[in-house]
Design a protein around this ligand. Structure first.
Ligand code: TXA
Ligand code: MG
Length: 353
């Protein structure tokens, strides 16, 4: 599934980053829009390329978990335990920042988000940067490589289409293996707290730390303000097409009311005629549907579902139907929490209109 890059491309990426430019690169979760996290001008370019408000902090990506205390202080034991178990991997820790961390990166907060990615291309870029900059700490500021509010990219083609004219280089590593963004864990309190669910679940955190993660804070909980998480905006990760989330038992009757749609469902259609796409079989990238009723058959397994979710939402958007109808996924199942969180956000506008 991974595609490798040439030495020449690697060197070019590193040179661009050293010179304050933008490189989109694959991580195991989604593609990131990377720049030198210690260079304010480079970091500003990320915000303008994405159209992202300045108060939405960026994650810093490090080569190695051993570099944690170069960037963070007052690190609780449980954060070290999590870092040791899950880095490199799909987990971001929010910690008190060291004084040198740029306000531009943290959105002026006293905390910083840190992650060690586990993708060979992201790792190679980080390691080469470390070798070339031995005198200073190295970190890549990298949000997901999509315009603010859009679905995150899991293929280089997604980045090319959305931000192609705004980045200096896109490194194509094929499709991202995990497919949804990292689990974000606030480690600034006595107990961990999940700010954004992902494939590393509440149970995983409990197993490693012996601590039960605190409830995710809600945005309306004004007595206990949460650090800002832009993925918390209710309509984040939205396709252009109106998207609705529908209870599985109502799916068929819901679809019968419309003439033009694309469904994402784990079940085969019982209504006909529809054009079927199997999410496990790669389709060529650009589409406009030649059929009014389309059905994307999603995997039943949660890891496989997460892996292809954004790719299939991008495809569904390209089919340019009147709406995207997503069959709801299990509600109170820890393994589906990250996926359901993204589906609720993708469908938020649809549910209001
Ligand atoms: O998997 C991922 O995390 C991907 C890959 C590229 O690493 N990155 C990613 O970045 O999803 P982004 O910027 O799209 O989402 C990071 C989230 C944002 O919602 C941001 O607000 C939150 O992390 N965040 C960053 N620093 C924070 C901080 N100090 N406190 C609270 N939230 C923070
Ligand atoms: Mg994002």
């Amino acid at each position: 599934m991974h595609r490798s890059i040439s030495k020449k491309q690697l060197n070019l990426a590193v040179e661009i980053i050293n010179n304050g430019g933008l490189v989109a690169l694959p991580t195991e979760t989604v593609y990131g829009l990377a720049a030198d996290g210690t260079n304010p001008d480079a970091v500003k370019k990320i915000f303008s390329a994405k159209g992202r408000p300045a108060d939405h902090p960026l994650i810093l990506h490090l080569a190695d978990a051993n570099q944690l205390n170069r960037w963070a202080k007052n690190i609780p034991d449980y954060a070290y335990q999590l870092a040791k178990s899950y880095w490199p991997g799909p987990m971001t820790l929010i910690l008190k920042k060291q004084p040198h961390v740029l306000d531009l990166v943290t959105g002026g907060q006293n905390t910083v988000g840190l992650r060690v990615p586990n993708h060979p291309i992201a790792q190679k870029v980080l390691q080469t940067l470390n070798e070339q900059n031995k005198h200073k700490p190295v970190a890549l500021a990298a949000p997901s490589a999509n315009s603010f509010g859009r679905i995150s990219p899991t293929l280089a083609e997604h980045v090319q289409e959305d931000l192609g004219d705004k980045v200096n280089l896109i490194l194509d590593g094929g499709s991202c293996s995990i497919g949804i963004e990292s689990t974000i864990i606030d480690c600034t309190r006595d107990q961990p707290r999940i700010l954004r669910p992902g494939v590393i679940s509440e149970i995983d955190i409990k197993n490693i730390t012996g601590l039960t993660p605190l409830e995710k804070p809600t945005s309306d909980n004004t007595n206990n303000p949460a650090p800002r998480v832009s993925g918390d905006l209710k309509s984040h990760y939205a396709p252009n097409t109106t998207t609705v989330l529908v209870n599985p038992i109502e799916l068929n009757s819901y679809c019968e009311k419309f003439n033009n749609y694309v469904v994402l469902s784990r079940e085969k259609p019982s209504i006909s005629p529809v054009k079927i796409y199997d999410a496990r079989i790669p389709t060529s990238y650009i589409h406009k549907s030649d059929h009014p009723k389309n059905w994307i058959l999603m995997p039943e397994d949660y890891a496989a579902y997460a892996h292809c979710l954004y790719e299939q939402l991008h495809l569904a958007d390209h089919l340019r139907c009147e709406q995207i109808i997503v069959e709801d996924v299990p509600k109170d199942n820890i393994h589906w929490a990250g996926i359901r969180d993204r589906l609720l956000k993708a469908s938020y506008k649809g549910s209001k209109s």
